[in-house]
Design a protein. Structure first.
Length: 659
């Protein structure tokens, strides 16, 4: 049998292969989960007849096709022998099952696994669509050629990485993504899957989209949307998730830092002393006290619980590594072991969790509006590959993300950011703000737009703050430090913008590199300048070697004394003295990263109107909302935001529909 098939005896899982007759098998009943096929079918019946030989009871089969389960329940041998009808049923089902399995096997052999030809496919990448032609010959995937894409040169290898896997595995399912190129990898996978559908005629034969209904519709399948959907579906609600892009995850795919949480079990295990009060104070200070205090308290008070929820069996995440980020007094950013990127870790888990709980997730389904009945939100209108349709819902959760990829909207609210690049995925365009106007929905702090200070110029690749948190320093073209590297993002961004070319060098050694898995992703993209000595690195960067060496020596002294006399860097961030070669540098500069403003909500994620009243049945969570972060978001608070308020939205929507 296939190694993934599971055998359950008396309700207890046993994943070992089936052996003809195990004396410990209970004679009452057993269930065998399997998929169709001649070999599987014969094994099942071999097991049955072996049990007949060694047990004094017989087994009647009942095939439950929809569940893909063979359920076998025993009856007394004597009673069975008295019933010729039962014998007929058993034999008849054996013949039917075996015949069907043989037919399915024959059908597969006659047509092959894939249909020969050249098949087009398309997926949405970071900077636009990725289009390719899939080549199938002799029923096998032979390769694929990308015909159109707008990805950066460093992201392009991810396309071939995915294609090579498809050829090697002869499958377009379960393919790995390239570290640091999540969006491009997922877009290539989506394009391959679309090509396979085209080869089978599924696209042309697809039924026209039809209007439908559900308990809760979630708009957006990013971190907040998937979390809300998982929680709502887990509570028994019928949930439909509508995602306009061809992949799930949104900006969460690019999250490299982690999730801020205070007073957690992980901190306790590592001997880190922290408190909810300090977390609150740091967040308010970082946001220049423009944050909504009630929302910040909600974020902080639920942070430890959300870490536990994510690490529970519901999601299965690993957030056991705890580090320091800018603006934080203590180590509180939770991430996968070894400091791996949190986004590429969480998104697949949340996607699987939402589906496991029964959420209906529809990609390439773009919501165009929220419609009303009797003046209240009643559902959404959708454009899909199979036509337009409506989804009527008892509650609506908006989780569409921010507007960092909409340069016109960015400049409208903050003209100073004209010409800035962005780290955002192409779907972050602020669509939802127009939808809530008919309900007098309120927006707040739209002018508060954050730049991330360490983004590779011209490439939109963000270098996680964890690199600085683990010991890296920022050096100007004079070879000197010019800022406390652990300051808030707005302060560091402003300092870099004052430098020549509006860029600086992020400098670190092998000790820092070894401490953080995320750096390996940057190395694979060719972003690191490497040298054996500080003098050699200075030469490669074109900066004064003597001044640079003096800077490193001075900084090493600060680390040993746990006191930064120049810029008062947090002592918790003075752990590595940058004396262990090789030495590395990455040129960085600011880019639009996060939009702090958005839809105004209360602590239950209910959307408010301009009078401060709740709009019944309308909820919002994640970067689409405003008020949590004030004038500046601390690194690690975005993932905390989407997870905490995403789960609250799922719960609140369930509570609402049960009223």
């Amino acid at each position: 049998m296939n190694k993934n098939h599971k055998v359950v005896f008396c309700g207890k899982s046993n994943t070992k292969p089936i052996i003809a007759c195990k004396r410990k098998i209970r004679k009452e009943f057993f269930i065998i989960f399997l998929s169709g096929g001649v070999i599987d079918t014969m094994i099942v019946f071999a097991v049955v007849f072996r049990i007949l030989h060694c047990a004094r009871k017989f087994v009647i089969f009942l095939l439950i096709e929809k569940l893909d389960v063979y359920y076998m329940r025993t009856c007394a041998r004597g009673a069975y022998m008295k019933s010729k009808k039962a014998i007929g049923i058993a034999i008849g089902m054996f013949v039917i099952a075996a015949t069907a399995a043989i037919a399915m096997s024959a059908k597969g052999k006659s047509k092959g696994k894939f249909v020969d030809g050249e098949w087009p496919g398309k997926g949405e990448g970071r900077n636009g669509p990725i289009e390719l032609i899939l080549s199938v010959k002799g029923g096998k995937i032979r390769g694929a050629k990308v015909t159109k894409e707008s990805e950066t040169g460093f992201a392009q290898p991810a396309e071939q990485f995915v294609i090579d896997q498809a050829v090697a595995k002869q499958s377009v399912e379960g393919l790995d993504i390239m570290s640091g190129a999540t969006i491009t990898s997922n877009a290539t996978i989506a394009a391959l899957q679309a090509a396979i559908k085209a080869s089978k005629g599924e696209t042309a034969a697809a039924a026209k989209a039809a209007d439908t209904s559900c308990d809760i519709v979630v708009i957006g399948a990013g971190g907040a949307g998937l979390t809300a959907a998982t929680e709502a579906a887990n509570r028994g609600a019928k949930v439909i998730v509508l995602e306009k892009m061809g992949i799930v995850g949104g900006n969460t795919n690019s999250a490299t830092g982690g999730l801020n949480a205070a007073y957690t079990k992980e901190q306790e295990k590592l001997g880190i002393k922290d408190s909810k009060e300090q977390f609150y104070e740091d967040t308010m200070k970082g946001g220049k006290n423009l944050n909504d205090p009630a929302l910040v308290h909600t974020l902080v008070d639920n942070s430890a619980a959300i870490v536990e929820w994510l690490q529970s069996d519901i999601v299965g995440a690993d957030l056991s590594d705890v580090g320091l980020f800018g603006g934080a007094t203590n180590k509180r950013i939770h991430r996968p072991q070894g400091g791996a990127a949190i986004g590429s870790h969480l998104v697949p888990l949340l996607y699987a969790a939402a589906q496991k709980q029964g959420a209906d997730i529809r990609l390439n389904n773009k919501v165009t509006d929220i419609f009303a009945e009797n003046g209240k939100p009643a559902g959404v209108t959708v454009t899909s590959p199979n036509g337009d349709y409506k989804v009527k819902a008892k509650a609506i959760i908006i989780a569409t993300g921010g507007f960092g990829a909409n340069s016109d909207m960015v400049v409208k609210y903050n003209p100073k950011l004209a010409g800035f690049g962005t780290t955002n995925h192409p779907g972050a365009t602020g669509d939802a703000f127009e939808w809530i106007k008919k309900f007098d929905g309120a927006l707040t702090q739209m002018e508060q737009i954050q730049t991330h200070p360490t983004v590779v110029p011209g490439k939109g690749i963000m270098i996680t703050e964890a690199v600085r948190g683990n010991g890296a320093i920022l050096v100007s073209r004079t070879g000197k430090r010019f800022i406390n590297e652990m300051e808030t993002r707005d302060v560091v961004s402003a300092a870099i913008l004052k430098e020549p070319n509006k860029t600086a060098f992020l400098v670190f050694d092998q000790d820092v590199r070894a401490s953080l898995k995320a750096i390996e992703g940057y190395a694979k993209k060719g972003l690191l300048t490497e040298a054996a000595t500080p003098a050699e690195l200075a030469q490669k960067l074109g900066i004064p070697a003597a001044e640079f060496e003096k800077t490193l020596n001075t900084y090493a002294g600060y680390v040993h004394n746990k006191k930064d006399a120049d810029f008062n860097r947090n002592p918790n961030g003075l752990e590595r003295d940058l004396t262990k070669g090789p030495y590395y540098a990455i040129e960085v500069g600011p880019a639009v990263h996060h939009t702090m403003g958005g839809i105004k909500i209360d602590t239950k994620t209910e959307v408010l109107n301009t009078k401060g009243n709740v709009i019944p049945g309308l909820f919002a969570a994640g970067e689409v909302t405003g008020g949590v972060h004030g004038a500046n978001r601390l690194g690690g608070n975005a993932v905390a935001d989407i997870e905490v308020f995403g789960k609250i939205a799922g719960d609140a929507a369930c509570d609402y529909i049960k009223k």
